[in-house]
Design a protein around this ligand. Structure first.
Ligand SMILES: [Zn+2]
Ligand SMILES: [Zn+2]
Length: 351
């Protein structure tokens, strides 16, 4: 097995990209230590009109939910569709969003071969969560201004805003020319990421995976019971393994933005409202240990205690064992560095 990356593609981040990224990451960490909060009540970000709904986005989100609801019709159910749905939850949601968009591209918590970063990015495109450049820019902005007014999706405005409202209105700080270059300069310089970000070309990847799902269902059904069964099996996979799975991954990702900034417990006295939510910790494959993550953003491990199981981190460790990941940042590695937060363990009587 040629698991070892070549010298040319060993690291996902070139020195230049790392330097560009570092300034953004440093800014988020510095901001998180400021202790400045304006959270009661928190206003919408400057320049945002909460009533100026972008109808195409709202109708798109509503339409995807409507198609997913076809799953209640028995004619669209198949065990294959359900199994591929669950597997896709891990493959597209876990590897695409958690591992790639979040821990690899946003926080550079580890490195991996460039071809693997590309592959994970394509998987992430299949979740209808936007391009890598925009996703990373929005998330870095969230860390820089967590639960302050410029935070693009703080639920301290209200739960609906933090969950999905922010997705259907224009935010000048995020949507203005230059915003993506400012918050994701490393990705914006990368032709691969920039190409899929341009004019929403990433949607082509999503469309291709829909066709692939239908084709898989068709061939399995056709081989089992003939062409007519194949057609319905194809639609079953599209409904379950694409639309149901996409909606489930949507709401789990959105709940990380909303629920884990409202409900849960804190291991660390971070200066925002982030919480560890045990339900989302398990369901979202480690992403729900959100207070740990805000307290130690570069760490690849979001679970810091033995019961805080982190499937995404375990996957990163598996990749490392296969020599497909390296430079994995551990929780304590940079705890005393100049970039670290003042991590106060509440249970130990931190201030
Ligand atoms: Zn993050
Ligand atoms: Zn957060």
């Amino acid at each position: 097995m040629s698991a070892s990356p070549t010298a040319a593609d060993t690291a996902t981040t070139s020195a230049a990209a790392s330097a560009a990224c570092a300034s953004v990451l440093d800014a988020t960490l510095t901001a998180a230590t400021r202790g400045e909060r304006d959270r009661d009540p928190l206003q919408l970000p400057a320049g945002v009109n909460g009533w100026a709904v972008r109808w195409p986005e709202l109708l798109f989100i509503g339409g995807i939910h409507a198609v997913a609801l076809l799953a209640v019709l028995p004619m669209f159910f198949s065990w294959l569709g359900l199994i591929v749905c669950v597997a896709g939850f891990y493959v597209f949601g876990g590897l695409g969003i958690n591992l790639c968009y979040h821990r690899l591209l946003t926080h550079r918590s580890f490195t991996c071969p460039r071809w693997l970063e590309r592959l994970f990015t394509l998987l992430a495109h299949c979740n209808l969560q936007g391009s890598s450049v925009r996703w990373v820019a929005a998330h870095r902005m969230h860390h820089q201004f967590s639960d302050e007014r410029p935070d693009p999706h703080s639920p301290l405005v209200n739960l609906l805003w933090g969950h999905m409202g922010w997705l259907v209105v224009t935010n000048p700080a995020l949507d203005s020319p230059g915003a993506l270059e400012r918050y994701a300069p490393d990705l914006h310089k990368d032709a691969f990421h920039r190409r899929f970000s341009h004019k929403n070309l990433w949607l082509l990847v999503w469309g291709a995976h829909v066709l692939a799902m239908w084709a898989i269902g068709f061939f399995v059904g056709w081989a089992w019971e003939g062409a007519a069964a194949g057609v319905w099996m194809g639609f079953s996979l599209v409904v379950w393994a694409v639309f149901v799975r996409s909606v489930v991954v949507w709401h789990i990702t959105w709940a990380i933005n909303s629920v884990t900034h409202l409900w849960g417990y804190q291991n660390y006295r971070s200066t925002d409202n982030s919480k560890n939510n045990w339900l989302l910790g398990y369901v979202a494959m480690g992403e729900g240990w959100h207070n740990n993550h805000h307290a130690d953003q570069r760490s690849a491990a979001h679970g810091h205690r033995w019961w805080e199981v982190d499937v995404t981190y375990l996957t990163i460790l598996l990749l490392k064992a296969l020599r497909l990941a390296d430079n994995v940042i551990k929780p304590a590695r940079h705890a005393d560095s100049q970039h670290s937060l003042e991590r106060k363990r509440l249970r130990d009587g931190g201030e």
